[in-house]
Design a protein around this ligand. Structure first.
Ligand code: SF4
Length: 142
């Protein structure tokens, strides 16, 4: 199975994907050719999704990842400097909690987002465990 496919119609042969790939496994032979994987690319790819995200023409598809997991940066969704500054300066460590459970749906959404945090070579070795039993939580906190 080839690591990726490139839509020949959409591809502008600009080589952005090859320049961006941190593993250097995308090759563009010349200005007329579409990018192709180097030999053994499937074993070297770290599934970072950069190649899909940076293609301004939507021509690049990975066979290992859905396109919607590799979104390009959307400037409209970025917080302003004032918001980031406020979030950092107003942040406080909370040590007193309400006696109210956080819903499973909220926890799952948070963890699903947190798993995209950067890890070395995209290894994603972090594992999450949700503990809801109060006695267990107390025991672990102790
Ligand atoms: S997912 Fe990352 S490592 Fe794999 S081909 Fe794309 S840019 Fe390269």
């Amino acid at each position: 199975m080839t690591l990726f496919t490139v839509d020949h119609e959409k591809c502008e042969r600009d080589g952005i994907c090859a320049a961006e790939c941190p593993m250097g496994i995308i090759e563009v032979k010349d200005k007329e050719s579409v990018p192709h994987p180097i030999e053994g690319a499937e074993n070297l790819c770290i599934n970072c999704g950069h190649c899909v995200a940076v293609c301004p023409h939507g021509a690049f598809s990975l066979t290992t990842m859905e396109a919607d997991t590799c979104p390009a940066v959307d400037g409209n969704l970025l917080p302003s400097f004032a918001i980031v500054s406020h979030m950092i300066r107003a942040r406080r460590s909370i040590r007193v909690y309400k006696d109210k459970r956080v819903g499973r749906e909220v926890l799952e959404k948070l963890i699903d987002t947190a798993r995209y945090a950067p890890t070395g070579k995209n290894t994603q070795l972090v594992r999450w465990l949700i503990i809801t039993n109060k006695d267990t939580i107390k025991e672990l906190a102790g």
